[in-house]
Structure formats: structure tokens, C-alpha cells
Design a protein around this ligand. Sequence first.
Ligand SMILES: [Fe+2]
Length: 273
Amino acid sequence: MVEIIQISDLHYGSEFREDLFENIISYIDEIRPDIVICTGDIVHKGRVVQFKNVVQYIKRIKDITKFMAVPGNHDAKNSGLVFFEKIIGPRRSRVVLNEKDAIIVGVCSAKDDIASGEIGDEQLDWLARQFNRNLEDRVIALHHHLIPIPMSGQKFTTVRDAGEILEFTNLFEIDLVLMGHRHVPHAYTISWKNSSSTTFLYCGTSTSNKVRADDSPSFNHIFLNEGDLEVYIVNSINLEKSLLVERKEHHTEFIRPRKTRIEHLLASEVWDE
Ligand SMILES: [Fe+2]
């Protein structure tokens, strides 16, 4: 079994909350996951000084366990991708956890000064070459969404070539895809015809006030074991855990993390009549 903490959208440089980061560090230090994965927007404006200042926080995670990050559109602002690679790590990377029978590959969906995402043929080709080992649990991490999610805003949400990656997850029997971007925790599971399942998991903003609606800053605590999956949303403010997804033998229980738009509408005074 591989145990993962997914954090996302730290937004260092704008509404970043040090107290929330401290909460996350104490949580990580206690459970000692196999790896911490950050799905982008580590800094807010891609500024060199922001990368230089945030690295002290990243180092504290690295002192506890393995760490992987993919860039987000905010990291890519102001030619920030160059400095992401210099200071944080490569924009695409692979971690193999042999003893856990797991492989995690991070790809870059962000482009200089463009809010929307794209993987591109060259990177897709690279991605395929990363999964040539027959490891049981397979995970992809990227910043932008592959499938839109409700109440997450309309702006530049999905990667332009999302279809290629969706098909990839089927063909390569990817268990889990981790994403960030719109600061909304959510999950979908697709059960494919070849009887494998892929869960598409979205993380909230873990350390900033940039939440949507009445959400709280949060991160994801993930257990993946030979295709069985359990995901908890952890509230960054009080570290309360709630179950988001339970997938066993390709049967999925999905607990909706927030009210739907129609529930909000029906509960509003406008609809009282
Ligand atoms: Fe973000």
C-alpha cells in the first residue's frame, strides 16, 4: 500500500497562511506518508523572490519524506517555469516506490503566462515511456483539470488535449490522477471496459484563503492498495478528516464534499414561493 498526501495551490505571495502550512507539517510529520505531492501553484506570480522564499517551506516537507511537485499556471507567470525548475524541481518527474509497488509521474500542463493548460504530443510520448515498468499502483499528477467539476468557475479549467490523457489513463490502467487548479476538492471514478478503474481526484487550496463558496482550505490523504483506494479530505484549519472516496474491487462510494448548485438554489429565499 502506498500512502500519499496531496497538497495544492499554496499560492505563496498572496493570501498564503503560514499557520495552515504549520498544521500540514504537523500532520505530515505524524503520519509520515510515503510521498507528498503538490499539484501546482506553489507561488502566486512566478516571481524569483517568491520561489526563493517558499523553498524553506518545501525543504521542511523534504526533511520528513519524499516530495514531488508539478507547476501550475501561477508558477508559470512572468517566465516563472525556469525558476520553478531551478529552485523547486523538474517540471516533469517520476518517482518509483519499488517497495510499495507504486509509480507516480508528474507532468507539466502549465505554459508561460497562459492560464489554460496543455500536455502536448511530445510530453504525452514522454509520459507513455515512464510507465514501462510493471508496477501495481500507477498515479499521474498535473495541475489543470482533465474533466470539469461543478462550482469551480468557468475560466480555463481543462487542459486543451484532455481527451488524449483520458484515453491514456484507460490504456495504461492508471489508478489515480491528481489535480489542483480551481481550489475545489472533488472526485470522479471511471470504470473502463477493460475492468480497470481510474479515479480523478481534485485538491483544494491547502495553505491559502483563496477558497470558493463556503469551502475551507484543505488537502487530501490518500491510501492506494492494488487498485483499492481511500481518500480523505483534511481541513487545513482544524485537521478534521472526512471520507471523500472509497473504491474497493471497482465499486466506488463517493461522498460529495459540498452542496450542489441546485441545492444552494433550492435552499435560497428566491425559491421560497
Ligand atoms: Fe491556484
